[in-house]
Each structure stands twice: as structure tokens, then as C-alpha cells.
Write a protein that binds this ligand. Sequence first.
Ligand SMILES: C[S@@+](CC[C@H](N)C(=O)[O-])C[C@H]1O[C@@H](n2cnc3c(N)ncnc32)[C@H](O)[C@@H]1O
Length: 228
Amino acid sequence: MFSPLPALSPRLEAVLAAAGRCGVLADICADHALVALAAVARGTAMLAIAVESRSAPLLLASRNLALSRLSGRVLLVRGSGLAPVRRADVIVIAGVGGDLAAQLLDAGGAGGGFANRVVVQPNRHSREVRSWARGAGFHVVEERAVAEGGQLHLVLSFERRGGDDPAYGARPDQAELLLGPLLLARGAAADPASRLFLRRELPRLRALSERRPDLACAAAVLEELFGG
Ligand SMILES: C[S@@+](CC[C@H](N)C(=O)[O-])C[C@H]1O[C@@H](n2cnc3c(N)ncnc32)[C@H](O)[C@@H]1O
């Protein structure tokens, strides 16, 4: 089907797939707003709100919105994080640090509030996102890496289920929070990009653990999975 919008990259396709079907999708730190627009254009969301804090990306987003002819169903808002969002079934935060994503989710009250599903694609600091989710009663339901432009991007999906997350507990807590309980559970049997992601973490963690002994257990878990 012809679309006047730029095609989604593999990273953003994975983010959109992780969001699933919903009534209202909130695309936070939206930049070009392509996730919000594609969700509504493809019918995986009925409505979407795209929140962006800076004017230059908002201009780009409004051009994309005009091209899409979806202006009745996609709302572009200038604002910070979840502050402008009153209701959403799914929150997406992609392409930013996990520390910022966790901060925005926390400040926006997503844990106590509205959404049932949260998808985060952190550029780094995924531990902060997992820690937020555990504290807020969201369970990790999917974790995978996606290859794009020579880089590997993590896509994490959480659902509000309350209570302790049963994904945790098979390995030391620090290792699971840092590397992902589902990624570690799959280990060498994970899809190629996720496996490569874990493998690439090993030399990095080994080097870091000389200064950060708290990271040594995560390196040891990877050595056990992939061999030293
Ligand atoms: C690197 S872009 C990612 C865009 C898109 N989500 C993606 O994954 O391709 C990050 C965007 O987040 C915006 N941003 C940063 N902090 C924000 C905040 N607190 N609230 C809303 N947008 C924010 C930036 O202006 C920037 O456009």
C-alpha cells in the first residue's frame, strides 16, 4: 500500500510491533512522530498522541502529519514526557537513554496511572528502565535486540500485571537487571541479533568490572552462557 510517509526503519518497525494493537498510543519523545503516525495509518492504534519537547522536531512531525492526512486521529503536542497525556493504553519511548525514559515514566505516574503496556527502546541504561518497571508493577514480556545500521538496539516491552515479576530470579539480580532476564533466559538460543548483543556485552563488562566490581557478576553470567 502506498504511504506518503518515510518508511519505518527496522528499529522503529520493532518498536511498533512491540506496541501491539490498542485504542490510544502515546509516542513520547516522538521527534518525527513516525511511530504514532504508522500505528494509526496501519490500524494498530485507533488514536495516537505524539509528545515532543523541541520545536524543530515538532515542525518535522507536523509536516509528516500533514502528509499522512491523519490529523483527526493523531495529536501532536509540544510538552515534556507524559505531562500532556491524559489517557493512553500503550506508551512508547524510543531512541532516548533508559535513564531519561525511566525518569519520564516515573514523573508521569505511568505506574499508578493509565497505560497497560509500555515499550521502551533505550539507547543505553536499560537497567534503569527495568528497575522502574519492577517498582511500578510492570512485568517484562519481551526483550530483543534489533540490528540497524551496524548497531544493535534493544526493544523492551512491559505489561501492567502487579506483584513480583516472575521473569526474575533465575540468576543474580544485578545481572538480570543489567542484561535482561528474558534475554539471559534465552542466552545462546536467542535470535541472532539478541545473541550478538549479549556476546558484545561480555568484553565491555569485563573491562568495566575492573573499576566496577558490581558488574563482575553480570560478566560471570555471560561467561557461563557463552564460554569465557
Ligand atoms: C533521538 S530522538 C528519538 C525520536 C524517535 N522516538 C525515534 O526513536 O526515532 C529523541 C527526541 O526526544 C525529544 N525529547 C527529549 N526529551 C524530551 C522530553 N522530556 N519530552 C518530550 N520529548 C523529549 C528530543 O527533542 C528528540 O526529538
